[in-house]
Design a binder for this molecule. Structure first.
Ligand SMILES: NC(=O)c1ccc[n+]([C@@H]2O[C@H](COP(=O)([O-])OP(=O)(O)OC[C@H]3O[C@@H](n4cnc5c(N)ncnc54)[C@H](OP(=O)(O)O)[C@@H]3O)[C@@H](O)[C@H]2O)c1
Length: 363
């Protein structure tokens, strides 16, 4: 297997793209699931397709044919399948997007890799580190592209902020805070409140502060966590205080029953970097440069530098284009969301669940 300049391994995908004329040389996507996020993904995939991007929506699958047919009609997707297996057996699909409830990520991702498909799987990747490890091993063994769908990392503003931090433009970041709290569907039958479907704040939105903080500040090496649990055993609210390898400390908060600011703040030696809501898909970040003035009431107000990255659709274009580029180039993993980080995040989330007594689906 070859290595590219990112150190990512090149696999089998490259040879298969455009093998027949169905995608016109473009990367052909299959969408698994017809829920809320799959709807947003499909809308943006079609927008990217219309704009002449290198992706095309080829097929959609639901557990029931009627639902996938309706979805295909609404989004002008050529093929509708009545089961996930039916879509995975199609030879005209290069990459599948898994937009299913959390507990279905592992079995369906495994089936997709065994069927020889490249995979973009929604976050959180799986419900247990051993499942993540198995899927990563399978993808590597088969030379297939695999990525956890943490789309925030693909946004230009997020990448620009990371470059500023890694380049130490304003010195080292020593403190940071990120939060993502909203009021979700708290009905007992909904996916958020059901441990068997992988519910809870950490899985649903806590993963954003957790992975964004590490994107900017490097691996978390130590943490303290606490959560408030629902009667069903999922976490309604979770707080994590983390120490990163660099020595930076971060405060991470998430909730499915409380609305928070949904923003990020990173404090460096000579500037504070503010990412306003929506933190997980930001069109803007603001650096407030204080140049290290001392005292609690500085003599001069900070100067501002705006990092702009407005986008036309719902934001999925960046992840769609990134995956299409990786797959077309024959990469087996994303340089923005490396598989080792996916595994380390799964291990960290498992530790947080254990520390807080959060219920998770059985293996
Ligand atoms: N990237 C983001 O910004 C973002 C935002 C929200 C959610 N997500 C992620 O996307 C995934 C889906 O979230 P969602 O909000 O779209 O959920 P949703 O609206 O409830 O849809 C979930 C889908 O899962 C499928 N499913 C398979 N087995 C199921 C079962 N046993 N019970 C219920 N549904 C089942 C259903 O597909 P069928 O169509 O086949 O019935 C359904 O369409 C989650 O992993 C979540 O973390 C990501």
């Amino acid at each position: 297997m070859e290595e590219d300049s990112f150190g990512s391994r090149k696999g089998k995908n490259m040879a298969r793209i455009g093998e027949d004329a169905s995608g016109g040389g473009r990367v052909r996507w299959g969408i698994l699931g017809t829920g809320r996020i799959a709807t947003k993904f499909a809308a943006e995939l079609k927008r990217v397709e219309r704009l002449g991007g290198s992706s095309v929506a080829q097929a959609v699958a639901a557990r029931e044919l009627e639902r996938s047919e309706r979805f295909a009609g609404e989004h002008q997707i050529p093929h509708a399948c009545g089961s996930y297996t039916e879509l995975l057996e199609r030879p005209d699909i290069d990459v599948v997007y898994i937009g299913l409830v959390n507990s279905q990520h592992y079995p369906v991702c495994k089936e997709a890799l065994l069927a020889g498909k490249a995979v973009l799987c929604e976050k959180p990747f799986t419900m247990h580190p051993s499942q993540s490890d198995e899927l990563i091993g399978l993808a590597r063994q088969r030379g297939l592209f695999l990525m956890e769908g943490l789309w925030s990392r693909c946004f230009p503003v997020v990448r620009a902020v990371r470059d500023i931090i890694h380049g130490k433009e304003y010195g080292a970041v020593t403190l940071a805070e990120f939060d993502f709290g909203f009021i979700g569907d708290l009905s007992p039958q909904g996916r958020l409140m059901n441990p068997a479907l992988g519910g809870g704040a950490l899985n649903d939105v806590g993963i954003y502060p957790l992975t964004l903080s590490q994107f900017f500040l490097g691996p978390i090496v130590e943490f303290q966590a606490m959560a408030t649990l629902s009667p069903s055993g999922v976490d309604l609210r979770v707080l994590v205080n983390a120490r990163h390898e660099s020595g930076a400390l971060s405060r991470l908060a998430a909730s499915i029953d409380t609305i928070t600011q949904k923003e990020g703040n990173l404090f460096a030696e000579r500037a504070a970097i503010h990412i306003p809501s929506p933190l997980w898909k930001p069109p803007l970040a603001i650096c407030r440069i204080h140049e290290g003035q001392r005292g609690s009431t500085p003599a001069r107000p900070p100067t501002e530098r705006r990092i702009e990255g407005a986008y036309g659709g719902n934001g999925f274009e960046f992840e769609i284009n990134h995956v299409a580029e990786c797959v077309a180039a024959g990469l087996t993993e994303s340089p923005l969301m490396p598989l080792e980080e996916t595994l380390q995040t799964a291990l960290l989330m498992e530790k947080i669940r254990k520390e807080c007594g959060i219920a998770a689906p059985g293996l």
